[in-house]
Design a protein around this ligand. Structure first.
Ligand code: ADP
Length: 646
């Protein structure tokens, strides 16, 4: 009884593509299609549609679709075609083959995570197991399908799966579970106004209420289902539902209506060859005619019933034996499929590993090639850099040689100067002295004095230039001799005494009492520094005083650190000029230079000498108030002889 229902349901449920599509229009589309994947889809649809019209054509379409899908690696299309192929075998009654193809399709849908496809296969498998009589397995598959339909939120899918599950519970006489499922399905179908679904749900409810002894409700639903089937000229549905309607009329003792529906069901079932329905009709007609006391008719229907029952029992025995055999084969085949799937999985893993290894090797090769290229490039750049460095080195070497030659030329020139100019200058100055001592005439004295002044200035400039050159080239070395500091500074002061007196300036000397008298150092260079500073102070002071003071800063038995200060109450130096006056040839302004003469080398020489001493000159000055130059020097207080080292 159930088999045909199942096939009709498969037709409805499996049609992800819509059953309405005309086979002819699909064939036209197939001819016009240029895309291979589209061809696969159309062939799979044709395979499905022809499963209900012409099995051989259906299989040809499905097989073509599978072949093409394999060629272009279109897995989804292949799974759809396998599904169509499976349906064709199921309709033929070849359930084992059908299950094989369904499971192959399921494997692909699962790998693609295509839930709609998975739901479809679970549903189809459920129905195949139902037709195989394995209600538990069938229920399991339908529940899985229902679960996925719920995940997908497909109301119609949910309703159909619910109807299936409800029907299975009914078959298992689990009415409590069956009823709410049928009612929920009915609600969903009503909201969707899905006529076919509604017909099956009402039919199911008719059967369920019949079993539960709720004849009125059974009657209502069965009649509803009958009218749907009648509209659609669905003989199978009409036959089954009119049987229920007839039975409920019989229970309600409405004999005439009961006879009408039972005879309708009987005729249709004979037409369709649905023996179980025929058998039930015969039994109910026997009862009906018995109640009408028409024993002849009752006896005739009962005899027919007994013959058919015998026939059915015999054929059931043969089919049971076949079923046991096929079940055995089927289990075996399922195991084989599981094995094949496993092998497939291993192959996929191995293939993925191989692809991975190949990719890694390719990446390594690329890296090596890249490293080779960048190394070559680096080598090229390095070679260029080396060449450039060598070229630069050559230039530097040449410049160094030139600088050395220039330095030598300068040194040679200066040594010539020192000898060739200083000697005649000294002769000139000496001669002027002699002339001045030789009682010159008064008008000659002035000229000789001018001559003496100019010659002495010239010699000073010459000496300054030579000194600076020696200092700058590092040729000047400090002496280390013992000297009397008191004598040295008094001598210097006396040297400036007359000039200061002439200008009306007080020249002071202030030496700390604890300054050791005897020091070890270079008295000549110390005198040069003090002379320069005192000469400037006197030069740039018109009134007031010039003072040289020496203080002890630190002292022990062998060393002493002294601070020398030369201060004046002269013109002072502008703050911005204070830094530059120590550079050579710098004089604060031309007016001062004109007035006081000078070379602009004195302070530069002073700075260099003090640097040799390891000291530094400091200046504090305010324009119009005066200047204060100071420096600190360390001296040994005892002369260290070679004996001291030994
Ligand atoms: P110069 O031979 O011209 O004196 P210096 O190098 O000794 O050269 O001095 C540089 C300049 O610093 C001087 O020309 C002067 O303008 C300024 N100067 C140096 N000492 C003093 C000072 N005690 N008071 C004012 N100006 C000074």
């Amino acid at each position: 009884m159930k088999k045909l229902v199942i096939h009709i349901l498969i037709a409805i449920l499996c049609s992800g593509y819509g059953f309405i599509d005309q086979s002819d229009s699909l064939l036209i589309k197939l001819k016009q299609s240029t895309s291979d994947s589209n061809k696969v889809k159309l062939l799979a649809k044709l395979g499905f549609e022809y499963a209900f019209i012409h099995l051989d054509s259906s299989r040809q379409f499905s097989e073509q679709a599978i072949h093409l899908a394999d060629e272009i690696n279109f897995n989804r299309g292949k799974a759809d075609a396998l599904n169509s192929l499976a349906i064709s075998y199921d309709i033929e009654g070849n359930h084992e083959v059908a299950i094989t193809y369904f499971l192959m399709a399921l494997d692909i849908y699962q790998s693609l995570k295509a839930k709609d496809g998975m739901a479809r296969i679970y549903n189809n498998c459920g129905m195949v197991y139902q037709s195989l009589g394995d209600t538990t397995k069938s229920l399991d598959f339908h529940k899985r399908s229902l679960q996925i339909e719920k995940e997908l939120g497909d109301s119609l899918g949910i309703a159909y799966s619910m109807t299936q599950v409800a029907a299975l519970h009914l078959q298992m006489k689990d009415y409590k579970r069956s009823l709410p499922l049928y009612l929920s399905a009915l609600n969903l179908l009503q909201s969707q106004n899905d006529i076919q679904g509604l017909a099956y749900a009402h039919w199911g409810l008719g059967e369920l209420y019949m079993e539960m002894g709720e004849y009125k409700l059974a009657h209502k639903h069965a009649k509803e289902a009958f009218s749907y089937f009648e509209n659609e000229e669905n003989k199978k549905g009409m036959s089954e539902t009119s049987l229920i309607v007839g039975k409920t009329y019989l229970y309600e003792n409405q004999i005439i209506q009961a006879e009408e529906y039972l005879l309708k069901a009987f005729a249709l079932s004979q037409d369709l060859g649905t023996q179980n329905v025929t058998l039930e009709c015969l039994l109910n007609l026997t009862e009906l005619y018995k109640s009408l006391n028409n024993y002849e008719a009752a006896l005739s229907y009962h005899e027919e019933y007994s013959t058919l029952k015998d026939q059915i029992r015999k054929s059931e025995m043969t089919s049971n034996i076949k079923e046991i055999e096929s079940n055995y084969n089927f289990e075996l085949q399922q195991q084989e499929i599981a094995l094949l799937n496993k092998q497939n999985a291993y192959q996929t893993i191995i293939r993925n590993i191989a692809i991975g290894v190949l990719l890694v090797i390719a990446c390594l090769l690329l890296l090596l090639y890249w490293a080779y290229l960048s190394k070559a490039k680096t080598m090229e750049v390095l070679a260029d850099k080396n060449e450039e460095i060598m070229r630069k080195n050559e230039i530097i070497e040449k410049e160094k040689q030139n600088a050395l030659i220039a330095a030598k030329a300068k040194a040679d020139f200066l040594s010539v100067m020192s000898h060739e100019i200083r000697t005649p200058m000294n002769v000139v100055i000496g001669s002027i002295h002699l002339l001045l001592e030789d009682k010159p005439k008064p008008h000659q004295i002035e000229t000789l004095n001018m001559l003496k002044f100019s010659a002495e200035n010239l010699l000073t400039l010459l000496n300054d230039i030579l000194d600076l050159n020696k200092l700058e080239s590092g040729k000047l070395q400090l002496e280390s001799t013992s000297f009397d500091i008191n004598m040295l500074v008094r001598g210097i002061r006396d040297g400036f005494g007359e000039e200061a007196k002439k200008k009306g300036i007080e020249l002071k000397l202030d030496i700390d009492k604890d300054v050791p008298q005897q020091l070890v150092g270079d008295p000549g260079r110390l005198s040069q520094v003090l002379n320069n500073l005192l000469s400037n102070s006197i030069k740039f002071t018109e009134t007031g005083m010039v003072k040289l003071s020496i203080q002890t800063i630190k002292k022990d038995s062998k060393k002493v650190k002294l601070k020398f200060t030369v201060e004046d109450t002269g013109i002072g130096i502008e703050p911005e000029k204070q830094r530059i006056i120590f550079d050579k040839f710098i004089q604060v302004d031309s007016e001062t230079t004109r007035k006081h003469s000078g070379t602009g080398l004195g302070l530069s020489i002073t700075k260099h000498i003090l640097k040799l001493f390891g000291s530094e000159i400091k200046l504090k000055s305010k324009p119009g108030k005066g200047s204060k130059f100071s420096f600190k020097l360390k001296f040994a207080t005892e002369l260290i002889t070679e004996k001291d080292y030994s």
